[in-house]
Design a protein around this ligand. Structure first.
Ligand code: GLA
Length: 413
């Protein structure tokens, strides 16, 4: 009698386990680990091309990524944003627009991979993308399978037309779908910071937008009627209070770069790029790599500034002080180094006198303190490449309007 009870219980548990494996209970709602251990670097079509995407242009960007030196500088992901979509077939599988992508996504991914780069794609948690193309709502598992079959490495997942959905749940749904499709994919959560993704996104995705869309200006707000987009300084302002949420594998994303798109002067481009580096932000170029000038290429490929961004500690910079439109930012780096960036927000050049020995900066996130009490640091200007001496003497300089002075401090010459 007792034996038959034990058998019944055993088979019941076995059946329950088998049942739950075929159901949501066995879904894995956590992102692929080991990806984006430093902020992702790449290119995305949206800021320059909006809906005008096709396979020819994407292939040419891949070529230019290599020939311009961007790949050698660390840029890896080539991301197609909105509007690549065609229709779903009778079984619900999505296909690319046959006119714009006649060779199909697999062929494009193969091409991009052959260049040593990775391919990213875009979808939306809602019924339609922001550009009115088919969204993934209700088709998450099928879309994830399709992306895996094509060889997609990165998914930007937007938040238009999501009435009735909760962000955390919706993003977990696509994460689980990507997990069961099996191909490791970086997940870029693009819900504009509306539902505080930094509080729940760490296990779900690798980066999350913290704001609405960037606009190609340094200091302005673009009003589109029902929504607004934001200049570089406006976006910067919205990062306040978020730095403790960033770290290896999970980054705050203040949106893609506008460097080289015409709305920023060269000084402003340098300032934009440097601040994104200081923020440990994803460095996703948004310009036409095929036609960029040497000056713009030099901004995007400044290895010493990129090294601040890609530092393996993965600590987002701290706004330490704001005096008379000059912001002082600090970023702790590996091996005890520090980056200091002085940003001039104003339209007039500003005189800078920074007395290192008077500063004790306690970074509670990195649990490190900056002070020259235990010895001086040497430092160099990362845009001119000039050694500027050591911290035994105050730093005296002029920062041009809408520009930065950024230095890296280290203990030895
Ligand atoms: C939203 C996103 C943008 C871009 C567009 C595409 O606005 O925030 O980055 O992807 O959609 O339609």
């Amino acid at each position: 009698m007792r034996t038959s009870y034990i058998f019944t219980a055993f088979f019941f548990l076995l059946a329950l386990q088998t049942y739950s494996q075929g159901n949501n209970y066995s879904q894995n709602y956590t992102k692929f680990e080991g990806l984006a251990l430093t902020p992702p670097m790449g290119w995305n079509s949206w800021n320059k091309f909006a809906c005008n995407v096709d396979e020819r242009m994407i292939r040419q960007q891949a070529d230019a990524m290599v020939s311009s030196g961007m790949k050698a500088a660390g840029y890896t992901y080539l991301n197609i944003d909105d509007c690549w979509h065609g229709d779903r077939d009778s079984l619900g599988f999505i296909h690319p627009d046959p006119k714009r992508f006649p060779s199909g996504m697999k062929a494009l991914a193969d091409y991009v991979h052959s260049k040593g780069l990775k391919l990213g794609i875009y979808s939306d948690a809602g019924s339609q993308t922001c550009g009115g193309r088919p969204g993934s709502r209700g088709f998450e598992a099928q879309d994830a399978k399709m992306y895996a079959a094509w060889g997609i490495d990165y998914l930007k997942y937007d938040w238009c037309n999501t009435e009735g959905l909760k962000a955390e749940g919706a993003y977990k749904t696509i994460t689980a779908a990507l997990r069961s499709a099996g191909r490791p994919v970086v997940l870029s959560i693009c819900e504009w910071g509306t539902d505080a993704p930094w509080t729940w996104g760490q296990t779900v995705g690798h980066l999350w937008r913290t704001t609405g869309d960037i606009y190609d200006c340094f200091d302005c707000i673009k009003d589109h009627g029902t929504w607004k987009s934001w200049g570089v300084l406006q976006i910067l302002e919205k990062q306040e209070g978020l730095r403790q949420y960033a770290g290896p594998g999970h980054w705050n994303d203040p949106d893609m770069l506008e460097v080289g798109n015409g709305g920023l002067s060269l000084n402003e481009s340098r300032a934009h790029f440097t601040m994104w580096a200081m923020l440990a932000a994803p460095l996703i170029a948004g310009n036409d790599l095929r036609t960029m000038s040497k000056e713009i290429r030099d901004v995007l490929t400044n290895r010493e500034v990129i090294a601040l961004n890609q530092d393996s500690l993965g600590i987002q910079g701290l706004r330490y002080r704001v005096v008379d439109s000059v912001e002082t930012w600090v970023k702790p780096l590996r091996n005890g180094d520090w980056a200091f960036c002085f940003l001039n927000r104003s339209l007039a050049p500003k005189r800078l006198d920074f007395n290192w020995s008077a500063e004790v900066i306690v970074d509670t996130v990195a649990r490190r303190t900056f002070s020259t009490a235990s010895g001086n640091y040497y430092f160099r200007d990362l845009w001119t490449g000039k050694e500027l001496g050591h911290t035994g003497k105050p730093l005296s300089a002029t920062v041009p309007a809408h520009d930065v002075l950024v230095v890296r401090l280290r203990k030895t010459l």
